[in-house]
Design a binder for this molecule. Structure first.
Ligand code: GTP
Ligand code: SPV
Ligand code: MN
Length: 627
C-alpha cells in the first residue's frame, strides 16, 4: 500500500533505516524526512514507535557514552549535565519567519527596538538553514511521531520531530505522546502535521570541544518558526525550550497562529481543578505567569486549608476552545512536566517531588554521593554529611558561594505520575474554564489579588503583565520586564492582532471566563515576602472562586479593579499578615505604572494596539488620578 516515492528513494540515497519501516510512514512524512536526510546527511534513520524497549535501548546508548547516568536512589531516574553554555532558552536567536514582517511583529514607533516577537525574513532565514548542510554526519536521525493532546481529540494536533539528539528523544517521550498510532491517525485524518526539525549542530568528526559529552553549537543557535508552512527548524541547542519542539515552539508559537485562524486560544497557562469539599462543586482555573513564576507550583498545590481538593490538569500550556454552548474548554497538550528544580521540595511542592521519583530526567542538578538529586531548597531533606557534586561536576559544600544546581535546572517527568493528576486530564473534550488568572513577580506596589471589571479590562491587565526577570532565558539580573499575557517569549504573531483576537472572543454565545491578577511576590521593607505563598495560595483561589460564583459581598471597587473586602480572604492560622500593606495601592506607584504601561504599549505596539485597549488604559489612568 504505502509504497515509497521514487523521488524519496533517491533522496534517501544509501542512508540505512536502523529501525522501523519507512514504507509505513504517510507519504507526506516520507517526503519531509527524505528532504532533510538529503540535507543533514545522518548515518542512519531510526523511526521511533514510543515503546519501552526503545527507551531502554536509547538510555543504554547514552549511559555508555557517559552523557547520562542513573540516580540509583530511585527507580529509572537519570541525571544529565549539559554544556554550561546550553542551559536556557535563547530568546535573542528565536525567530518567527513570515513573508510580511508585520504579520509577526507590531509597528513599533520609529527608533524603538521591539521586544514583542522577533521577525526574520525568508532570505535571512535561508542563510541560517544552510547550517543544516551535513549537520548530522556520523549521527543517527530519529523520526519522532507525536501528538500534542490526547490522540484523536478534536483539540489535539500532530507533529513529527526529526532530531539527532537521543536526549531530546527521551524528553519528547515524556513531554508529548510519542506513538505509532500517530501514523494511523495521520492517514485517517487530514494528514496535517507540524514539521519539527532539530539538530545539535555537531556533525562528526566533531570540530568543537565537547563538554560533558553534550554536543551543541552555541555560536550558531537558530530557533526558526515558519507558521505558514507549519514548520520549525531548531539548530545548535539541546536545552528543553529550544529542542523539545512540541512544547513552546509548536504548542505556543505555531499553535498560536493556528488558534488565531481557527478561533481558539493557545496560552502559557496551567489548568487546575478545585473541588469545594462542602458542596462537591468543582471549578477549573487557568493561570498565566511568566517563566519561573509559579505555574507548576500552583497547578498542583497542596491546600493549607481543608475547604478544597486540588487536582492538576496541566502546568504550563493550555489549548482552549469554546464549545457550541459557548463554554470554554481547555486541554493540556503536554504529557509531562518540565519543571524548575530549585525551590521545589516536600514543603513547597510535595506533588512535584512525588511525581519525579521514577521515570524522570534531571538536567543540570547537583548529585549526592548516595545517588540522589540535590538543588537549592532540598537542604532540609538531604543528609547534611553526604558529599555533593554540583551541576558542573565539582565538589560542593553547603554554605559555599555559588549554586549547587543551575538556577534553571529542570526535572522532566510523566504527568500521569502526579499523585493529584486530574482523572480528566486526558479527556478529549477538555475541562470547562471559569477564570483566567495573570500574575508575575512584583516586589512592590501590586496587591495579592484583584479582579478585572470586564473582559476588555482583563485583556488590558493581561497586556500589562510584568515580572522580575528569571533564569528561564538568558537574562541576567532582577530587573522588572514587561511580559504581556506571560507570552512575550512565545508570541507567534503580531501582538496587536493577538489582542484583537482576545477581544474578538467577546460575542454570543461565549461565556467568558472572569479575569484576575495575583501577586505572590510582594516584599516588605526588609525584603521579605509578605505572603507565605505555595499551599496558602489556595486562600486566594477560594476568594476567586467565590467571585466566579457571583458573591458581591466580598469585593470593593478600586481604581485598578475589584479588591477583596477586608477579611474576605480566609487568613486563619496564618500568623501575622499585614492586610493593609498586602493590598495597599500606593498612588505614586500606580500613577507612574499606568503612565509607563501606556508608553510601553504605544511604543511597542503602535498603530496595531486595539483602540479598546487604549481606551481601557486611559480610563484606568483617570481612575488612578481621581482616587
Ligand atoms: P516555567 O516552567 O519556567 O514556566 O515556570 P513556572 O511558572 O511553572 O514556575 P514554578 O512553579 O516552577 O516556580 C518557579 C520558582 O518560583 C520555584 O523556585 C518556586 O519555588 C517559586 N515559587 C512558586 N510559587 C511560589 C510562591 O507562591 N511563593 C514564592 N515565594 N515562590 C514561589
Ligand atoms: C518556560 O521557560 O516557560 C518553560 C521552560 O516552561 S521551556 O520549555 O524551556 O520554555
Ligand atoms: Mn513555562
Amino acid at each position: 500500500f504505502y509504497e515509497v516515492h521514487e523521488v524519496v528513494v533517491r533522496k534517501l540515497g544509501h542512508v540505512p533505516i536502523a529501525k522501523g519501516d519507512f514504507h509505513y510512514l504517510p507519504k507526506k512524512v516520507q517526503r519531509y524526512v527524505a528532504k532533510w536526510v538529503q540535507i543533514c546527511k545522518p548515518r542512519a534513520i531510526y523511526i521511533c514507535d514510543g515503546s519501552q524497549d526503545e527507551a531502554t535501548e536509547v538510555i543504554h546508548k547514552l549511559e555508555e557514552r557517559g552523557m547520562l547516568h542513573k540516580l540509583k536512589k530511585y527507580q529509572d531516574n537519570y541525571i544529565v549535565r549539559t554544556d554550561p553554555a546550553d542551559v536556557a532558552r535563547v530568546e535573542s536567536k528565536t525567530w518567527m519567519c513570515t513573508e510580511q514582517k508585520y504579520d509577526t511583529v507590531p509597528h513599533v514607533q520609529p527608533g524603538v527596538v521591539g521586544i514583542l516577537g522577533k521577525w526574520i525574513s525568508p532570505d535571512e532565514a535561508a542563510e541560517h538553514l544552510e547550517n543544516y548542510d551535513g549537520c548530522m554526519a556520523g549521527r543517527m536521525l530519529y523520526v519522532i511521531p507525536f501528538s500534542m493532546g490526547p490522540i484523536g481529540s478534536p483539540l489535539s494536533k500532530i507533529g513529527v520531530e526529526l532530531t539527532d539528539s537521543n536526549y531530546v528523544l527521551l524528553c519528547m517521550r515524556v513531554m508529548a505522546r510519542v506513538s505509532n498510532d500517530v501514523w494511523h491517525f495521520l492517514r485517517e485524518g487530514d494528514g496535517e502535521f507540524v514539521r519539527c526539525l532539530h539538530s545539535m549542530g555537531c556533525p562528526r568528526p566533531v570540530q568543537r570541544k565537547t563538554i560533558n559529552h553534550w554536543p551543541c553549537n552555541p555560536e550558531k543557535v537558530f530557533i526558526g518558526h515558519f507558521p505558514d508552512k507549519r514548520e520549525i527548524c531548531s539548530f545548535g541547542s539541546g536545552y528543553g525550550g529550544n529542542s523539545i519542539l512540541g512544547k513552546k515552539c509548536f504548542a505556543l508559537r505555531i499553535a498560536g497562529c493556528i488558534a488565531r485562524d481557527e478561533g481558539w486560544l493557545a496560552e502559557h497557562m496551567l489548568i487546575m481543578g478545585l473541588t469545594n469539599e462542602k458542596t462537591g462543586k468543582e471549578t477549573f482555573l487557568a493561570a498565566a505567569f511568566p517563566s519561573a513564576c509559579g505555574k507548576t507550583n500552583m497547578a498542583m498545590l497542596t491546600p493549607s486549608i481543608p475547604d478544597y481538593t486540588v487536582r492538576c490538569v496541566g502546568d504550563d500550556i493550555a489549548w482552549m476552545r469554546f464549545d457550541k454552548d459557548g463554554v470554554l474548554h481547555g486541554i493540556n497538550p503536554e504529557a509531562g512536566f518540565f519543571g524548575v528544580c530549585p525551590g521545589t521540595n516536600m514543603k513547597t511542592n510535595p506533588n512535584a517531588m512525588l511525581t519525579c521519583m521514577k521515570n524522570s530526567i534531571f538536567t543540570n542538578v547537583a548529585e549526592t554521593a548516595d545517588g540522589g538529586f540535590f538543588w537549592e531548597g532540598l537542604e532540609d531533606e538531604t543528609d547534611p554529611h553526604v558529599t555533593i557534586t554540583d551541576w558542573l561536576g565539582n565538589n560542593w559544600r553547603r554554605g559555599q558561594p555559588g549554586k549547587a544546581a543551575h538556577p534553571n535546572s529542570r526535572f522532566t517527568c510523566p504527568a500521569g505520575q502526579c499523585p493529584i493528576i486530574h482523572p480528566k486530564w486526558e479527556d478529549k473534550k477538555g475541562v470547562p474554564i471559569s477564570a483566567f488568572i495573570f500574575g508575575g513577580r512584583r516586589p512592590t506596589g501590586v496587591p495579592l489579588v484583584y479582579e478585572a471589571f470586564s473582559w476588555r479590562h482583563g485583556v488590558m491587565i493581561g497586556a500589562t503583565v510584568k515580572s522580575e526577570a528569571t533564569a528561564a532565558a538568558e537574562f541576567a539580573g532582577k530587573s522588572i520586564m514587561h511580559d504581556p499575557m506571560a507570552m512575550r517569549p512565545f508570541l507567534g504573531y503580531n501582538f496587536g492582532k493577538y489582542l484583537d483576537h482576545w477581544l474578538s472572543l467577546e460575542k454570543p454565545p461565549h461565556k467568558l471566563p472572569k479575569i484576575f491578577h495575583v501577586n505572590w511576590f510582594r516584599v516588605d521593607e526588609e525584603g521579605q515576602f509578605m505572603w507565605p505563598g505555595f499551599g496558602d495560595n489556595v486562600r486566594v483561589l477560594d476568594w476567586i472562586i467565590r467571585r466566579c460564583e457571583g458573591d458581591d459581598s466580598i469585593a470593593i471597587k478600586s481604581p485598578i479593579g475589584y479588591l477583596p473586602k477586608k477579611g474576605s480572604i480566609n487568613m486563619d492560622g496564618l500568623g501575622k499578615i499585614n492586610w493593609e500593606e498586602l493590598f495597599s495601592l500606593p498612588k505614586h506607584y500606580w500613577t507612574s505604572d499606568i503612565e509607563e504601561n501606556i508608553r510601553f504599549l504605544d511604543l511597542q505596539v503602535g498603530e496595531d494596539l486595539p483602540q479598546a485597549i487604549r481606551d481601557e488604559l486611559a480610563v484606568q489612568k483617570k481612575r488612578i488620578e481621581e482616587e
